[in-house]
Ligand binder design. Structure first.
Ligand SMILES: [Zn+2]
Length: 437
């Protein structure tokens, strides 16, 4: 990588990290003001349309829950000292806790406390969306410090009829066929799980906006599971236009890339991501589809069966920091964020350019030298260039796409595309009409 490219990537990484830093303190959940604040900050960067669905709305097999908001929460000693304080870290409260204000002995409080004994200085992230409960998450060491005395326990929250909020950024392209990029926005102060995906998605939308695009792009910033289910319920017609899709999550840590295939497993997006990763991160791992994970679960439910895969670095649940206070801004690496953005942009580049051509001189090899198309030694990589031109000519029979050619030849897509472009300009190839493919 050249020094300029390296500098540019460092700048992008710093900017991505700064954006995540701005969003980090907000106490988000699957409903409530945390999501509103979050999408309004995203909306400062990209055109965003905000949707709200009222509590009680039936969405597929689910119902939009009550809206949750929180102002404060604490556990106080008899001396009035806050030993657990929501103001210091929003993970301290069990997300979706119902309000409570009471005095109780430690024995009564204990069933409502959650810790991680294996990592005694980390606060766990816990939720109770669909069962009314209250609770606190704290470090194990904090809990060991609690004496047998009476505590004042307060969760100043509300769980009332309200709205489920999500946001969409739609970028129209030449075709009405769509590419869907989805990320969840429902986690409180967690960096890699939540903020990495939404930061990269925001910057990706920024990169694409104003560009001339083949596909239309729909970015969803949405609460996990219930938000996606609500969106699917309301967008049956849109779903029919989705040709490719990606869920972005956990893409800001220092781990290698992982891509979980869509349920279809041989969808174009599955092949494109695999191809891009093969040429960018030799340690990347391709995972088969499984019906557990992030919102690809909903997009890939059998009734929809959309071609939507999930791009991650470290896989959720496999790194110890997952769903704990250690998934913080230090865990989020600017360079990894920038690299993830580059991978996403490359995937889109391939999707945009993956077309079929037909060789107009298919009987014998056309004489490349006569046309100045035989790469001479001394160029950057003459053998590779020649190889790309010969493969592209040979397989451009109207059936093979440029991705097919890249896969079969082992050459990176951009090299094959560059060859096709050159051959096209020299009258040796013609595009196959893909306007309705
Ligand atoms: Zn999570």
């Amino acid at each position: 990588m050249g020094i300029n490219k390296q500098q540019k990537r460092a700048d992008t990484g710093a900017e991505l990290h700064l954006f995540a830093r701005k969003l980090f303190p907000i106490c988000r959940s699957i409903t409530g003001n945390g999501i509103r604040e979050t999408v309004s900050l995203i909306g400062e960067r990209i055109p965003l349309k905000i949707f709200e669905l009222p509590t009680g709305t039936q969405v597929l097999d689910w119902t939009v829950p009550k809206e949750w908001n929180i102002r404060d929460a604490y556990i106080k000693t008899p001396e009035g000292k806050r030993v657990v304080d929501f103001q210091k870290c929003n993970l301290h409260v069990l997300n979706y806790s119902v309000p409570i204000h009471a005095k109780m002995p430690l024995s009564e409080l204990k069933p409502h406390l959650f810790t991680i004994p294996e990592n005694p200085d980390w606060i766990p992230y816990r939720t109770s969306y669909y069962k009314e409960n209250w609770g606190f998450c704290l470090t194990h060491n904090q809990m060991l410090g609690l004496k047998e005395e009476e505590y004042e326990v307060c969760v100043d929250s509300s769980l009332e009829n309200g709205q489920l909020t999500y946001a969409e950024c739609f970028l129209p392209g030449k075709s009405t066929e769509e590419v869907l990029i989805s990320c969840h926005v429902c986690h409180p102060s967690l960096a890699n799980d939540n903020l990495s995906g939404l930061s990269v998605a925001t910057f990706l939308a920024q990169l694409l906006s104003g560009r001339e695009l083949r596909y239309s792009y729909r970015f969803l910033f949405i609460p996990g599971t219930i938000g996606t289910i609500a969106w699917l319920a309301k967008n049956r017609e849109t779903c029919k236009r989705i040709r490719h899709g990606l869920v972005l999550t956990c893409i800001g840590d220092r781990g290698f890339f992982h891509y979980k295939k869509s349920r279809q497993e041989i969808a174009e997006v599955d092949r494109v991501v695999e191809h891009v990763l093969k040429h960018t991160d030799p340690s990347a791992t391709i995972l088969p589809f499984s019906p557990y994970g992030y919102d690809e679960r909903q997009y890939c439910s059998p009734g929809f069966n959309l071609p939507v895969g999930c791009l991650m670095r470290s896989v959720w649940g496999t790194f110890p920091e997952y769903h704990t206070s250690a998934d913080n801004l230090e865990f989020l690496d600017p360079n990894s964020l920038a690299e993830s953005l580059v991978v996403c942009a490359s995937v889109i580049e391939v999707l945009e350019k993956n077309q079929r051509y037909i060789n107009l001189a298919p009987f014998g090899e056309p004489q490349l030298g006569r046309r100045g198309l035989y790469p001479l030694t001394g160029g950057t990589a003459p053998e590779l260039e020649l190889n790309a031109r010969l493969w592209t000519l040979n397989l451009s029979d109207g059936h093979h796409s440029l991705l097919d050619i890249a896969e079969r030849s082992g050459l990176p897509f951009d090299r094959v595309h560059a060859a096709a472009d050159l051959l096209l300009r020299n009258g040796l190839l013609a595009p196959v009409d893909t306007s309705n493919s």
